[in-house]
Design a protein around this ligand. Structure first.
Ligand SMILES: [Zn+2]
Length: 96
């Protein structure tokens, strides 16, 4: 893939990465700069309009663990070159 094809982060995703993103421990695999950020999205019916909005990773994991049937997606975003990638996906299980 060309750099243009992979570097397609939505402007809102880039903004969220700048404000909420946790600095990744490794450099961006595309531009090799240390601009890589991690953020997360949580989807669940019970969250209403909070469903699908970006969160800091730690907050998202707490929210997902409290929300029945939620799905949490951790996304890597490079604020340098706009590369982005779905890093991990979790499905919350209900305790008990
Ligand atoms: Zn990059």
């Amino acid at each position: 893939m060309s750099k243009l094809e992979v570097c397609d982060a939505h402007p809102e995703l880039l903004r969220a990465a700048r404000y909420l993103g946790m600095v990744a421990t490794r450099p961006c695999p595309v531009c090799d700069k240390h601009e890589l950020r991690l953020l997360a999205y949580v989807y669940a019916d019970g969250l209403k309009h909070d469903s699908g909005r970006p969160w800091a990773v730690k907050e998202a994991l707490v929210l997902a663990s409290r929300t029945q049937g939620s799905a949490c997606y951790v996304v890597e975003v490079c604020t340098g070159c706009s590369w982005n990638h779905l890093s991990e996906a979790y499905l919350a299980r209900t305790a008990g």
